[in-house]
Each structure stands twice: as structure tokens, then as C-alpha cells.
Write a protein that binds this ligand. Structure first.
Ligand code: NAD
Ligand code: IPM
Ligand code: MN
Length: 363
């Protein structure tokens, strides 16, 4: 298969972890006979420094014509002053919105080798396999903002259509998994949440009667997620709640450096990005955990290129590298044992050379 992949490394550890993911995709291409073409473009702080814009027009144009987009992370202290007018994060929000990527899939599946990295008791983590579907182009992130002398406001707005499409996506996913869907809102306080609950109940009732729907309020959900993570399968929620709950859920896996994501819309393609940020505290040191970026590359193979077998082989290679004890500093308290970004990448590439027996590989 031929595919044009746009790479947006961004800032901080973004370039370090996307380099690892690109190496893995190149290895997949050569091993399974694909022709992946990579082009790097600017986004975030790097783009502000070079062009004054967090999302230059040529980056957006390249993204629009790509088969898939691999993104690192944006932001950092250099561009974080509250008085700054142009911010790196605006570039990320703008590209998600422009490409209509309303469904952000964030799977969480703790691995046996990293149970020790989680602050949660291991017996609570056994068998956890959940996926958060975060609404990505609406809500308080995108409402009108005002800033006066003595006040500021961010408007939270959702339309029925925006809720319907993300709920359909999540319910279809639940149907393909265990058939259980948890919708998270704050319907006891917010009008947007009451609309969210009404629409979710109607869509699931009418179109997915075989899916078992439960509603949870976001505050107690933050607690349930840690107290009984195994009881959740597909979780659907609005933009900001999904942002917060998934960084929390990263602690089930053991580190932010383990969680990948896929940002999808109605059409093909999408943005594939780790859920973590630019990690300014460790940037440039060669110690960033690239597993989340590599697993995002697996999601790219699955969702944008429909190469399910290849996606599973990358996930298997990651799993085997973790089993072999190839852990970055965020995954082990044993300083002497921790390895850097490059060593993890090499270990995954080595595993990819080995035979990969997965169900759906067409080679
Ligand atoms: P962060 O996710 O960058 O870092 C939080 C903590 O997790 C840090 O201690 C960091 O070192 C650690 N961490 C994150 N990813 C890691 C990895 N791969 N390996 C090892 N450790 C890792 O969050 P933050 O510090 O709140 O934000 C820093 C900047 O990143 C901000 O400018 C923020 O806006 C931006 N950000 C961007 C994205 C994105 O581009 N998708 C996501 C989140 C935050
Ligand atoms: C994420 C990030 C972004 C978000 C920021 C950087 C705009 O935290 O991808 O989770 O809040 O969506
Ligand atoms: Mn986030």
C-alpha cells in the first residue's frame, strides 16, 4: 500500500517520540511491502518561532491531503506566558477542528510488566481494558472567550448534532466490544450535560438497543475509574472531562508515556498522537518514553490505513519489549535499569523483525 503520512513533531519531547514512531512505521513498511512517504511540517511553538502562526497554512494544506497525520506534542514554557497572544495549543485545536476530528479514542490497557509503575493496587488493574471516546471539537474549548478588566469567561456549548455523532461512534465501538457504554457528564449542574444525557439516551435507545448504557457524573467517575477500573469498557464524554479523565486513566497503565490516541472524523485519515504533552521537564535529554507514540503509530495503521494485522504486530512488539523489561525512567523506580528513548525504539524494532503471528495479517 502507498500512503502519504504527514509528521508534525511539535515541541519539547514531540520530535523525540515521533522520530521513534516514524522508525517503527518505516520498519513496518519494509517488512510488509508498503510504501509510506513521510513529510514533516511545523506546528505549535516551533511553527510560531518560524512563521508567527501556530498552524501555518502550508501545514494545514499538507494535513488535508495526507492519508494520515502523526503528531508529537505542542507547547512549553517559552510560549506559556498568560499575556502571549499566539499559543502553540491553538495550533493543535485548530487542526483538529479544521479536519473535523470529533472523536478522540484513548485506549487504556495496563500491561503486566508495568503494573508496578501504577500507584493503584495490582489486583485492581488485572483485566482492565477500557477505551475513552473523548468529544474533541466542541464544548468549552471552542466556545466564545472573553477577557475584561475584572472578569473572564469561556462559553460551553454543544449542539445536538455534535453529541449525536460522537455518541454513535462510541456506541458502535461498544457494540463491537462488550456492549457496555458509560456516558460521563455533570447533568446535575450543567445545561450542556443535560442535553448530552438526553441525546445519549435517545441515540443509544433508538439505534443501539443492544448496547447497555449507564450515566455517571464526572466527579464520582473520577473516583470509580481508580476504584473499579475493570468495570468499564467504552466511556464517552465531552471534551474537557475526557481530557482530564484520560490523564487520570494513564495512572492505571502506569505512565502518561504509555497512552496513545486516534483523533477521527467522518472520513478516512486522522491525527494519531500520544495523550501526553511536550514534557518540558525532560525534553532534550533522550529519556522520553516513546511507547505512547509508537502505539499511536499502531492506531494509525489500524484506523487510517486499515492495516489491522500490521497494527497488531506493532502492539505485539511493544508488549514483548515491555515483557523483556525495556523500561524508561517513568516506568521503573530502578534507576540503573531505566533506558532511554533510543533503546526502547531499538528494542521494538528488534521485536518487529521476529515472526508475528496475528489473526489478520495479510502478507
Ligand atoms: P505533560 O504531559 O507534558 O507532562 C506531565 C508529566 O508527565 C511531566 O512530568 C512529564 O515529564 C511526564 N511525561 C509526559 N509524557 C512523558 C513521556 N512520554 N515520557 C516520560 N514522561 C512523560 O503535561 P504538562 O507538563 O502539563 O504540559 C506541558 C506542555 O505540554 C504544556 O504546554 C501543555 O499545553 C502541552 N500539552 C500538549 C499536549 C499535546 O500536544 N497533545 C498534551 C498535553 C499537554
Ligand atoms: C491533549 C492536550 C490538549 C487538549 C491541549 C494541549 C490543547 O491536553 O491533547 O490532551 O487539551 O486537548
Ligand atoms: Mn490532555
Amino acid at each position: 500500500m502507498h500512503a502519504n503520512i504527514v509528521v508534525l513533531p511539535g515541541d519539547g519531547i514531540g520530535p523525540e517520540v515521533t522520530a521513534a514512531a516514524v522508525d517503527v512505521l518505516r520498519a513496518v513498511a519494509s517488512r510488509y511491502g508498503h510504501d509510506f512517504h513521510f513529510r514533516e511540517h511545523l506546528i505549535g511553538g516551533a511553527a510560531i518561532d518560524a512563521t508567527g502562526s501556530a498552524l501555518p497554512a502550508e501545514t494545514l494544506a499538507a494535513a488535508r491531503s495526507a492519508d494520515a497525520i502523526l503528531l508529537g506534542a505542542v507547547g512549553g514554557p517559552k510560549w506559556s506566558d498568560p499575556s502571549t497572544r499566539v499559543r502553540p495549543e491553538q495550533g493543535l485545536l485548530a487542526i483538529r477542528k479544521a479536519l473535523g476530528l470529533f472523536a478522540n479514542l484513548r485506549p487504556v490497557k495496563p500491561h503486566a510488566a508495568t503494573l508496578g509503575a501504577s500507584p493503584i493496587k495490582p489486583h485492581l488493574l488485572q483485566g482492565v481494558d477500557l477505551i475513552v471516546v473523548r468529544e474533541l471539537t466542541g464544548g468549552i474549548y471552542f466556545g466564545d472567550k472573553t477577557r475584561g478588566d475584572g472578569d473572564a469567561s469561556d462559553l460551553c456549548r454543544y449542539s445536538v448534532a455534535e453529541i449525536e455523532r460522537v455518541v454513535r461512534h462510541a456506541a458502535a465501538l461498544a457494540r463491537a466490544r462488550s456492549g457496555r457504554l458509560t456516558s460521563v457528564d455533570k447533568a446535575n449542574v450543567l445545561e450542556t450535560s443535560r442535553l448530552w444525557r438526553d441525546v445519549t439516551t435517545r441515540i443509544v435507545g433508538e439505534e443501539f438497543p443492544d448496547v447497555q448504557l449507564e450515566h455517571q457524573l464526572v466527579d464520582s467517575m473520577a473516583m470509580h475509574l481508580l476504584a473499579r477500573p475493570r468495570s468499564f469498557d467504552v466511556i464517552v464524554t465531552e471534551n474537557m472531562f475526557g481530557d482530564i479523565l484520560t490523564d487520570e486513566a494513564a495512572m492505571l497503565a502506569g505512565s502518561l508515556g504509555l497512552l496513545p490516541s486516534a483523533s477521527l472524523g467522518e472520513g478516512r485519515g486522522g491525527i494519531f498522537e500520544p495523550i501526553h504533552g511536550s514534557a518540558p521537564d525532560i525534553a532534550g535529554k533522550g529519556i522520553a518514553n516513546p511507547y505512547a507514540a509508537i502505539l499511536s503509530a499502531a492506531m494509525l495503521l489500524r484506523h487510517a490505513l486499515e492495516l489491522e494485522g500490521e497494527a497488531q504486530c506493532v502492539e505485539l512488539a511493544v508488549s514483548q519489549a515491555l515483557d523483556a523489561g525495556v523500561l524508561t525512567a517513568d516506568l521503573t523506580s530502578d534507576r540503573a535499569r531505566a533506558v532511554g528513548t533510543r533503546a526502547v525504539t531499538e528494542a521494538v524494532l528488534e521485536q518487529l523483525e521476529l515472526p508475528c503471528h496475528v489473526m489478520e495479517l495479510r502478507d
